[in-house]
Design a protein around this ligand. Structure first.
Ligand code: NAD
Length: 252
């Protein structure tokens, strides 16, 4: 079955990568991002490869922006809450502004999008809500207090959604990847190299991939494969779960 898939934060990294992978499978992509130019670049690039895509500027933290966008759309079969932000600092040095921004984008944004998409999904009799969690939905790392708190909060939000949609063919799940090579991670590599006084290659080996027995970055294709499974009719009883793609990180 071909689906209409709304992706937040689709102007970069994983959101853009998922747009491409899922369009290649014949699905129709609604690429949204707070940076509307980058969302439209994603849609144009999907179209140039023969895929179907439209784009919208959408700030997930704004109730008005979310409501205005949802009202313009036809079917939304699948919602991928992907927009995210990272900030690395010790708790004592963590600014309230950064804390609020991360919590707003990841937690409030996923709440607002899910709340707006649900009536459409209920009237369609089908829906899949997929939250992009993280390994930090399950474990912590120092200097990532807001991100870890926000990604853990998504687990709770997703479970409540799963229970509240149990009466129909709607599910809510998390995908929890370890590191994916996106602009969000590239900037962390550069920051950590600077603060630790080591090379970027050393940051990759000694910091990023150190907790991953498999020692390789997760790819957008691997996350898209998990999305494909969760969208499928055979996953109708998989709800309130976290699918972890972590190279063995949490097996230790
Ligand atoms: N890269 C990784 O290693 C990794 C690992 C696990 C989970 N994730 C998660 O994947 C998701 C995507 O991360 P990425 O690595 O592609 O990051 P990225 O920085 O490349 O992309 C994030 C996108 O979110 C958009 N965005 C930011 N604020 C927004 C807002 N208010 N409204 C709408 N869009 C907004 C940005 O404009 C950007 O296009 C995030 O939720 C992140 O936590 C990433």
């Amino acid at each position: 079955m071909k689906h209409s898939i709304l992706i937040t934060g689709a102007g970069s990294g994983l959101g853009r990568g998922l747009g491409h992978c899922l369009a290649e499978q014949g699905h129709s992509i609604i690429a949204t991002d707070v940076d509307s130019a980058r969302a439209s670049e994603t849609a144009a690039s999907i179209q140039s490869k023969g895929g179907t895509a439209q784009s919208f500027g959408l700030d997930v933290t704004s109730e008005a922006s979310v409501a205005e966008t949802i009202v313009k759309l036809g079917r939304v079969d699948v919602l991928i809450n992907n927009a995210g932000l990272q900030h690395v600092a010790s708790l004592e040095e963590f600014s309230t502004e950064k804390w609020d921004a991360i919590m707003d984008i990841i937690v409030k944004g996923s709440f607002l999008l899910s709340r707006s998409a649900l009536p459409k999904m209920r009237s369609q009799g089908f829906g899949r809500i997929i939250h992009i969690g993280s390994i930090h939905s399950l474990v912590a790392s120092p200097y990532k207090s807001a991100y870890t708190a926000a990604k853990h909060a998504l687990v709770g939000l997703s479970k409540v959604l799963a229970l509240e949609t149990a009466d129909c063919d709607i599910t809510s799940n998390l995908i929890c990847p370890a590191y994916i090579r996106t602009p969000l991670v590239d900037s962390q590599i550069a920051d950590q190299a600077r603060t630790r006084g080591i090379s970027q290659e050393e940051v990759i080996e000694q910091v990023m991939l150190a907790p991953m027995p498999k020692k390789s970055f997760v790819t957008c294709e691997e996350v898209a494969a998990a999305v494909s499974y969760l969208m499928s009719p055979l996953a109708k009883n998989v709800t309130g779960q976290s699918i972890t793609i972590d190279g063995g990180w949490t097996a230790q």
